[in-house]
Design a protein around this ligand. Structure first.
Ligand code: HEC
Ligand code: HEC
Length: 308
C-alpha cells in the first residue's frame, strides 16, 4: 500500500469513529423526565404528543464502550492503512501458525509414511485416506473431485499419461509442475495443411476422415509433428506431447477442437506444489495418483473427458 492510500484509509476510519461519537453527543437530550424539553411537534388526536427521550444511560455507555473497544482494536491490530498493530498479528502469520500446528499433529503419521515406498503407500488405507483429502483440497479444483479431469485438465484415472506414471515421474510432475506447450501451425501449414493433418490424425484414431486428405496429412505430419509426437504419433512423455493415435484427447478430438489445437496451439500448466505442500505430501499425492491408475488397470475404464 502506498503511504498516500495508507493515510487516506487511516483518516477515513478515524473520521468515522469521530463522526459516530459526535452523532451520539450532539443528540444528547435532557433527562427522560423533562417532558417539556423532550416534546416534539408531532401530535395526534389533538393531545397525543410524541416525546423524543434520550437513550437509556446503559445504552449510551454501551456505545461509548464500543468506541473505546474499536480504538483499542485499531491500536493492537492492523486496520489503519499500513499500520501493523502493536501485537504484530497478521492473517498470514495466523495461517502459518495453524498450518504448523496441524502438521506437528500429523507428524507421527508422516514419519511412518516416509518409510514406505509409493507402491506401499498406494495400498495403505490410512495413507490414501489422508491423500484423498489433500487431493480434494489442492487438486480437485482442476482435475475434478473424481480425478477424471475436464478439457484441458488431464484425467488421472485412465492409463493415458502426458508425462508418465512412474513413481518418480509423478513426484516430479506434482512437486515441480509441468508446462505443456504445443506451438501453433497456422502460419506454416495454412488452412489446407491443417485440414490435411486433421484428416490424418482422425484416420489414426479410427474417426471417419476424408481419405483424399489423409496421405497429404501423413507427409505433413512426418515433416512438422514427428519430432515431438513420435513416428507412430503415440506421443513422447519426455516432452509431454500427447498420444494422438488413441481416442483420448486433452482438448477434444472433434474437428473444431483439433483445428484449434493445431492451428492456434495450446499452452497448459500444472502448477508446482512442492513449496506449498512439502515433499511428504507430494509423495503421498503421487501415491494417490498411482492408486488411481492401478484401479483403472483393474477396471479397464477410461474416463469420458480429459485424458491426453
Ligand atoms: C491450476 C490447475 C491445477 C491444479 C491445482 C493441479 N493440476 Fe495437475 N495438471 C493441471 C494441468 C493443466 C495439467 C496438464 C499439464 C500439461 O498439459 O502439460 C496437469 C497435469 C497433471 C499430471 C500429469 C498427468 C499426465 O497425464 O502425465 C498429474 C499427475 C497431476 N496434474 C496431478 C495433480 C495433483 C496431484 C494435484 C494436486 C496437488 C494437481 N495436479 C493440481 C492443472 C492442475
Ligand atoms: C515442439 C513439440 C511439438 C510439435 C512440433 C508439435 N506438437 Fe502437438 N503438442 C505438443 C505438446 C507438448 C502438446 C500438449 C500441450 C499441452 O499439454 O497442453 C501438444 C498437443 C497437441 C494436440 C492436442 C492433443 C489433445 O490430446 O487434445 C494436438 C492435436 C497436436 N498437438 C497436434 C500436433 C500436430 C498436428 C503437429 C504438427 C503440425 C504438432 N502437434 C506438433 C508438442 C508439439
Amino acid at each position: 500500500m502506498t503511504s498516500g492510500w495508507s493515510w487516506f484509509i487511516a483518516i477515513v476510519a478515524l473520521a468515522n469513529v469521530a463522526g459516530a461519537v459526535w452523532l451520539l453527543l450532539a443528540n444528547g437530550r435532557a433527562a427522560a423526565g423533562d417532558v417539556a424539553a423532550n416534546k416534539t411537534t408531532h401530535v395526534w388526536d389533538q393531545d397525543l404528543t410524541e416525546l423524543n427521550n434520550p437513550l437509556p444511560r446503559w445504552w449510551f455507555w454501551l456505545f461509548i464502550l464500543t468506541v473505546i473497544w474499536g480504538l483499542g482494536y485499531l491500536v493492537l491490530y492492523p486496520g489503519l492503512g499500513a499500520w501493523q498493530g502493536t501485537l504484530g498479528w497478521s492473517q498470514a502469520k495466523q495461517h502459518a501458525t495453524e498450518v504448523h500446528a496441524a502438521r506437528e499433529l500429523q507428524a507421527p503419521r508422516y514419519l511412518r509414511f516416509a518409510t514406505m515406498s509409493l507402491d506401499q503407500l498406494a495400498r495403505d488405507p490410512d495413507a490414501m485416506g489422508e491423500a484423498r483429502s489433500l487431493f480434494a483440497n489442492g487438486c480437485a479444483g482442476c482435475h475434478g473431485s473424481d480425478a477424471r479431469g475436464a478439457p484441458g485438465f488431464p484425467n488421472l484415472t485412465d492409463n493415458d499419461w502426458l508425462y508418465g506414471n512412474a513413481p518418480e515421474t509423478l513426484v516430479a510432475t506434482i512437486g515441480a509442475g509441468r508446462l505443456g506447450i504445443m506451438p501453433g501451425w497456422q502460419a506454416v501449414l495454412t488452412d489446407a495443411g491443417v485440414d490435411e493433418v486433421i484428416a490424418y490424425l482422425q484416420s489414426l484414431s479410427s474417426t471417419p476422415a476424408n481419405p483424399g486428405l489423409v496421405a497429404a496429412g501423413a507427409t505433413r505430419y512426418a515433416t512438422f509433428c514427428v519430432a515431438c509426437h513420435g513416428v507412430d504419433a503415440r506421443g513422447n512423455q519426455v516432452l509431454g506431447a500427447p498420444n494422438l493415435a488413441d481416442t483420448i484427447w486433452l482438448y477434444g478430438g472433434d474437428t473444431g477442437s483439433l483445428r484449434t489445437s493445431i492451428a492456434v496451439g495450446r499452452q497448459n500448466q500444472m502448477p508446482a506444489h512442492e513449496a506449498l505442500l512439502g515433499p511428504d505430501r507430494v509423495r503421498l499425492l503421487a501415491a494417490y495418483v498411482l492408486s488411481l491408475g492401478q484401479a483403472a488397470e483393474g477396471g479397464g475404464s477410461n474416463g469420458p473427458a480429459g485424458g491426453g
